[in-house]
Design a protein around this ligand. Structure first.
Ligand code: FAD
Length: 317
């Protein structure tokens, strides 16, 4: 799909506005990422990060839409301890919602709680999130809440519950199979409208509250999937690249008939994403923005082959 552009090459926004760099000033506590929103994404990270601004990310989404894959746009940023930084990213998401509508791409958004104020205060996060969901609901854009480390689980689920109840859906939340509490959280979520994305978990929680062994996490993931296919009505997102988990979801769908979608990250198994899109909705998580370093670091920690892929991109092969 071709994204409509203005004569200057920018994607037109509503009322003739054009997309600018939406990175916003970095005044938060994360020191790992570059601080200049104009920072160019280096080749080593460009496999996993769409670009430095929303216009580039929307272009990427338009190109994956051509292959039947929808986008989940995420402006990179987390752990702001400053109200103004959280408000800047909230505003960037409000503009992004307009841009999704204006360009007509098939995309939703995914937001991190600590990006929109959770580290400043739960009420700040709740207010900013409510504004994003209200604007998105007006334009029929779906909003996901990413799940961060285990200290944020309650606040994230509470915010999800408030908004998904208020709007009767249109909102989704991510839960992590490596947390022991997740099977109980799923019982609470089954009674709510909205979608739930199940992932293995990208953080490193302590052993008393989490499964640390990879096989144990895989078992928990499969058990959680089984529960979701049996008890959820409003949509399940399988957030995994793991062929075993995807096969399990396919089997459970045949058994229970419950709708599901597959979600994968930009730069990971993109051939499989295109293939699966012929049978089930597939969403690609598309991060963008100048603060790419901590995101890239997480992908490399997750799987060292990701570094090899990235190095190949640098070497041009
Ligand atoms: P892994 O256990 O990493 O790998 C299992 C198998 O999958 C591998 O053996 C291989 O066969 C295949 N595979 C994995 N990676 C590759 C690759 N690069 N190339 C080829 N094959 C591969 N985590 C959070 O904590 N919070 C979130 O909000 C969150 N959101 C996410 C959203 C999406 C859309 C996705 C896909 C993941 C998200 N994650 C999130 C990350 C998640 O928790 C895992 O850390 C990450 O997905 C790795 O686990 P996995 O299930 O993909 O498989």
């Amino acid at each position: 799909m071709a994204v409509a552009r203005t004569a200057s090459g920018s994607i037109p926004g509503p009322a003739g506005a054009t997309l600018k760099n939406l990175g916003g000033p970095e005044t938060g506590t994360v020191k790992a990422g570059p601080t200049d929103p104009a920072t160019v994404i280096p080749p080593i990270a460009s496999r996993f990060v769409a670009g430095e601004d929303a216009a580039t990310a929307l272009d990427h989404v338009a190109s994956i839409n051509d292959d039947g894959v929808a986008g989940i746009l995420n402006l990179l940023g987390e752990h702001y301890d400053d109200r103004a930084a959280a408000a800047a990213d909230r505003d960037a998401y409000l503009e992004l919602i307009d841009d999704i509508t204006a360009t007509g791409v098939d995309a939703c958004i995914s937001v991190k709680p600590s990006q929109i104020g959770l580290d400043v205060g739960e009420s700040v996060f709740r207010e900013n999130f409510a504004q994003i969901v209200e604007a998105a609901a007006d334009q029929d854009v779906f909003v996901w809440l990413d799940m961060e480390d285990h200290t944020t689980t309650d606040a994230t689920l509470d915010a999800f519950e408030a908004e998904t109840t208020a709007y009767d859906g249109g909102v989704g939340v991510c839960v992590q199979a490596n947390l022991r509490r997740t099977s109980e959280d799923l019982e609470r979520l089954a009674a709510l409208p909205g979608k739930v994305r199940l992932v293995k978990g990208a953080y490193d929680p302590p052993a008393d509250i989490a499964f640390r062994n990879k096989e144990r996490v895989n078992t928990a993931y499969k058990n959680d999937l089984a529960y979701m296919f049996e008890h959820f009505d409003d949509g399940i997102a399988v957030g995994s690249h793991d062929p075993e988990m995807i096969d399990r979801a396919r089997t459970l769908h045949t058994e229970h008939g419950t709708d599901y979608e597959i979600q994968m990250l930009m730069g990971v198994r993109e051939d499989a994403q295109r293939r699966f899109a012929a049978e089930v909705p597939v969403y690609q998580y598309v991060p963008y923005g100048g603060k790419w370093l901590s995101y890239f670091y997480r992908r490399v920690l997750e799987r060292k082959e990701n570094l090899v892929f990235a190095l190949r991109a640098v070497l041009g092969r």
